[in-house]
Design a protein around this ligand. Structure first.
Ligand SMILES: *Cc1c(COP(=O)(O)O)cnc(C)c1O
Length: 400
């Protein structure tokens, strides 16, 4: 991406290597530097912007069209993903906007283990007869290619990698190429990886979707979403959707998200190191039937994740003995880990995903999703391993 050469706008120097993402996370989306200028873009609370008559049309116009605080976050997320970002009221508002790119009578191919909101929304749109939905195994590139060839009409290929919560890894470059051979719009939900670990637009995707609620904000105090694209017609369609459907972000939420984004590289570094260590130890716990984390050499997604990502992420899923009751017993027994939905915050959370009615049935009943935060890893391990003993008691096996 061309660097802005104005030192009042960007610290990047022409001819230098591009700034590292860890630096971009700190410097992007700042106001122009001038004497006494604010270091942070302030929270702009104005429902309208002055314009009209001889003043001409305001660039911002109205609070549903644009807002300076949104734009600061959008420029940072866009720079990190290598495209232009639009902030939305939630991750699901962003998902809905991207799904709106499927025209009536079009088809969307979705991962069979997609995030449950995406799974439920595509199911609803299909039940209403608006679009067709085809569940796919995104770990099988040839299978996706065959499915694409069998579909008539416009297609959106929806990808998630790693998936929530099965942590399946998709070959994004190969799938984007297969999608484009068929003329599909390729969308990647990059919530789990973040642009620090994986940049789908560079791998050929057309649209990236984020739940900014999760890692990008990172403090479990904001619900927010974003889409990122490069192509002008896609951006115009997504922006028109936001303006007309009205799922706009709040200015305070975008301020908090950008504040959280500044420390994403540090948080992620700690969380994913702890996640890999916990994944390794969990494999030896007698209450754990299976550990899913791409860092593990025997994980089905390991080789692909090692090639495609710059880290393995901070989510770990485990399947425990004693079925759903055993898994619930673990959730009841933790004291430091917080039993709650959501992920990507500084606090470690644990959840049995199938407790939600909307969860895809390919997710096992006894699966616990662990979102590893930034606490000390030994404290996390002590609490979790003790709680896992509760599952053993439930399965009727003596804890040992
Ligand atoms: C949470 C999540 C969403 C939805 O985001 P919200 O901010 O909760 O609306 C979408 N995709 C993935 C992968 C998620 O984890």
């Amino acid at each position: 991406m061309p660097q802005n050469e104005d030192p009042a706008v960007s610290p990047a120097v022409a001819g230098d290597p591009p700034l590292s993402p860890a630096t971009v996370a700190v410097v992007a989306g700042r106001p122009r530097k001038a004497l006494d200028s604010e270091l942070n873009t302030p929270v702009s609370l104005s429902a309208t912007f002055v314009g009209g008559g001889s003043l001409g049309t305001a660039a911002l116009g109205y609070g549903r069209f644009a807002n300076p605080t949104w734009e600061a976050l959008e420029s940072a997320v866009g720079e990190l993903e290598g495209g232009r970002a639009l902030a939305f009221a939630s991750g699901m508002a962003a998902v809905a906007a991207a799904l709106h790119l499927v025209p009536a009578d079009g088809t969307v191919l979705v991962p069979r283990g997609a995030y449950n909101g995406t799974h439920s929304l595509t199911g609803l749109l299909a039940a209403q007869g608006r679009i067709s939905v085809l569940p796919t195994d995104i770990t099988d590139v040839e299978g996706v290619r065959t499915a694409l060839a069998g579909v008539r009409g416009p297609v959106v290929l929806w990808l998630e990698s790693p998936t929530n919560p099965l942590l399946e890894v998709a070959d994004l470059a190969a799938l984007a190429a297969a999608g484009h051979e068929r003329g599909a719009v390729v969308v990647v939900d990059n919530t789990f990886a973040t642009p620090l670990l994986q940049r789908p637009l560079e791998l050929g995707a057309d649209v990236v979707v984020h739940s900014v609620t999760k890692f990008l904000s990172g403090h479990s105090d904001v619900v927010l979403g974003a889409v990122v694209a490069r192509e002008e017609t896609l951006l115009a369609a997504l922006q028109a959707h936001r303006t007309l459907h009205g799922a706009i972000p709040g200015p305070l939420e975008t301020f908090l998200a950008l504040r959280g984004l500044r420390t994403l590289p540090l948080r992620l570094e700690r969380s994913q190191a702890s996640a890999a260590e916990l994944a390794r130890r969990l494999g030896a716990h007698p209450a754990v039937r299976r550990v899913r984390h791409p860092s593990l050499p025997d994980d089905p997604g390991h080789a692909l994740a090692a090639a495609q990502m710059t880290g393995f992420g901070a989510l770990v899923s485990i399947e425990v003995v004693g079925g759903a009751a055993g898994a619930d017993a673990v959730v009841d027994a933790v004291r430091l880990w917080v039993p709650a939905t959501s992920l990507g915050g500084v606090e470690s959370l644990v959840e049995r995903r199938r407790r939600h009615a909307g969860e895809p049935v390919v997710v096992p009943e006894d699966l616990l999703r662990l979102s590893v935060g930034v606490e000390d890893v030994e404290d996390l391990w002590r609490d979790l391993s003790r709680a896992l003993d509760a599952a053993l008691a439930h399965a009727g096996t003596p804890a040992g």
